[in-house]
Design a binder for this molecule. Structure first.
Ligand SMILES: Nc1ncnc2c1ncn2[C@@H]1O[C@H](COP(=O)(O)OP(=O)(O)OP(=O)(O)O)[C@@H](O)[C@H]1O
Length: 593
């Protein structure tokens, strides 16, 4: 119950923060629902006035009825007018908040962990309900107020009818059970629903499109989509079937009370204590009694799905808040690295997994060096990069920058000192100029800076080939958009990585996989030379590559093997050691020869 009030408070706060005047205006709407008892009283005053030939009472009663109707009309009219606008505004405010929160969470848990993805899936599914929440809340208040007003009216007219409420009460536990089952069914359906969305996405995804066609996967993917969709619907359908059975039980219980009331009225009429007219009135009042109690219960139950959406929103807020509090120290990021970066017995496993991705890693990277990480697929190279970018915090051990624990440094400040190009680079479909310029927002429109970054990335040949040069819109799915080859996209991503003027740490995590070995080698040889000579601030470059011809340009080579560091040294030192590095280098050199 406390959770429900918390969710209601959150929704009301959001509506008030989004548009206080409209929200206050809407609160007047339920007042219109108080009109039935006012009209009943006024009707009585008017009827008594007619019977007792009292014109004042007739006029007061009639004026009261007209006033109450006007109140109802104004409430209903302004309510629906205000609600539509407020729904749009609140829906937009929630959309914006969800996007802001998911984008600003410093780590990657919510994008890489299945359980968090499931929660986000449910939030995504119920996103529309959040916009609708104002409508639901006001509707529920309206129905509850109107139900209470009707109950009071009926209690005044025939107090004994209140006994019938006992026959409607079983609706409450039945509605509560329905809500519990619905929540459980939604949670069970999250994973298959996400799978279904992924499979549907594959059928429209440009990158998957080629393979789907070459391997004739259309039928297979559609069959899997159907299975996932059926799985996601199964739990919900079972819940609805069980709820339908309970609804019948509920109606049966009420029918017993209702039948008893009618029989009583008939018996009284037969015994000469009442009239057939009273029997008809009893039937009518019993139905109103049922609606007066049942409708609020159903409205509150229907509000349940909105409140579950609000719960998920609260979870996202709390999660983002807790990550921000846990993940970010408040210390300033250094302006330069004097000594170097040290891994001190760092072990790491991805949240929600048992296997160690890194085990007891100790490593010193001196300031001003270019360091290369090599190792087999899955060895842990990218994980080391992710820890340095602070996408995750070490499970054990510490990373020190000039002796200062990285965890104590403000994560946003630290990220401003980084620059990176990844193998899974983002295809930012803007103008070619902005695609590169986004690497340094403060110089987004600086033509010279973009040109110089592209030069250093060996990518100055990309723009002249585009129809509108730097102003060409990228991405063929846009009007006049131009598609690039993977290598061209990758070159622009490299240019983006070289936009920041004074980074302290630059990552190249296999960003040149689409370039040939010689181009990659030439590029890094030039890059490493400028990085060393210009590195007055102790900038460290981390290069991940499977090409040993490139790796040999590094000052320090770190061989990662199954989450551990097996060798560290310069190219010459490692060759002289005739260990795993020398073996792999020789193998690759021979295959090139
Ligand atoms: N998000 C994740 N969640 C759970 N485990 C992960 C995640 N990312 C990587 N791993 C696991 O961590 C280990 C190290 O992966 P990592 O990506 O660091 O390897 P890598 O050396 O960069 O490999 P590659 O050369 O193929 O890019 C692997 O066993 C991988 O399965």
């Amino acid at each position: 119950m406390r959770d429900r009030w918390r969710a209601i408070r959150m929704l009301a706060r959001m509506a008030f923060a989004t548009d206080p005047w409209r929200t206050l205006g809407l609160l007047l709407e339920p007042l219109g629902q108080l009109t039935p008892p006012i009209i009943a009283v006024c009707l009585k005053v008017m009827t008594d006035g007619v019977l007792h030939h009292d014109p004042v009472s007739v006029v007061v009663g009639a004026a009261g009825i007209a006033g109450a109707r006007a109140l109802w009309f104004v409430g209903a009219w302004t309510g629906s007018w205000l609600r539509v606008r407020l729904m749009e505004e609140v829906g937009f405010a929630f959309d914006r908040e969800i996007a802001t929160l998911t984008a600003s969470i410093p780590g990657l848990d919510h994008q890489e962990r299945a359980d968090y993805q499931d929660r986000l899936e449910l939030l995504r599914q119920s996103q529309g309900l959040l916009g609708y929440s104002v409508n639901s809340l006001i509707y529920t208040v309206n129905i509850v107020v109107s139900g209470l007003a009707t109950l009071v009216t009926l209690a005044v007219l025939s107090p004994w009818l209140l006994l019938l409420v006992l026959f409607v009460l079983p609706s409450i536990p039945i509605a509560a059970a329905h809500q519990r089952w619905s929540r459980a069914a939604e949670e069970r359906s999250a994973a298959p629903a996400r799978l279904a969305r992924h499979l549907r996405g594959l059928t429209t995804d440009r990158d998957a499109g080629m393979e789907l066609r070459v391997f004739g996967l259309r039928r297979e993917i559609l069959a899997r989509f159907r299975t996932a969709w059926t799985d996601s619907m199964r739990a919900r359908l079972t819940t609805e079937r069980r709820a339908a059975v309970l609804a019948n039980v509920r109606d049966l219980i009420f029918a017993v009370g209702f039948g008893g009331a009618i029989l009583l009225a008939l018996w009284r009429a037969a015994a000469g204590h009442g009239t057939i007219g009273e029997v008809v009135i009893t039937v009518y009042r019993c139905q109103r009694m049922q609606a007066a109690v049942m409708s609020p219960i159903q409205a509150v139950a229907a509000l349940g799905s909105v409140l579950r959406a609000a719960d998920r929103m609260l979870w996202l807020r709390e999660y983002a808040g807790s990550v921000a509090a846990r993940g970010s120290g408040s210390g300033p990021a250094p302006e330069r690295i004097r000594d170097g970066i040290a891994f001190e017995r760092v072990s790491f496993r991805y949240p929600g997994t048992e296997a160690w991705a890194l085990r007891d890693v100790s490593l010193h990277i001196p300031a001003g060096t270019v360091v290369a990480l090599v190792g087999e697929n899955g060895a842990g190279k990218t994980t080391l990069v992710k820890l340095l970018c602070r996408m995750y915090e070490p499970t054990k051990g510490r990373i020190l920058v000039d002796g200062v624990d990285l965890a104590g440094i403000d994560v946003h400040q630290w990220r401003q000192r980084l620059s990176a190009a990844f193998q899974d680079f983002a295809r930012l479909e803007f103008t070619a100029h902005h695609t590169v310029g986004l690497g340094d927002l403060s110089r987004l429109d600086d033509v010279q800076a973009v040109g110089s970054a592209l030069d250093r990335a060996g990518a100055s040949d990309v723009l002249p080939h585009l129809p509108d040069g730097a102003d060409t819109r990228l991405g063929s799915s846009w009007d006049n958009g131009v598609e690039l080859s993977t290598g061209q996209w990758q070159k622009l991503a490299l240019g983006r990585a070289l936009m920041r003027e004074r980074p302290l740490l630059v990552f190249f995590d296999e960003p040149t996989a689409s370039l040939d070995a010689q181009t990659e080698h030439g590029l890094f040889e030039r890059y490493a030379a400028t990085a060393r000579s210009g590195s007055d601030r102790g900038m460290v470059t981390v290069l991940v590559s499977h090409r040993f011809s490139t790796v040999r340009t590094a000052d320090l080579i770190v061989v990662v093997d199954d989450g551990e560091i097996s060798e560290v040294g310069s190219h010459e030192e490692l060759l002289a050691r005739t260990g795993p590095y020398a073996e792999l280098y020789d193998l690759q050199a021979r295959s090139y020869r």
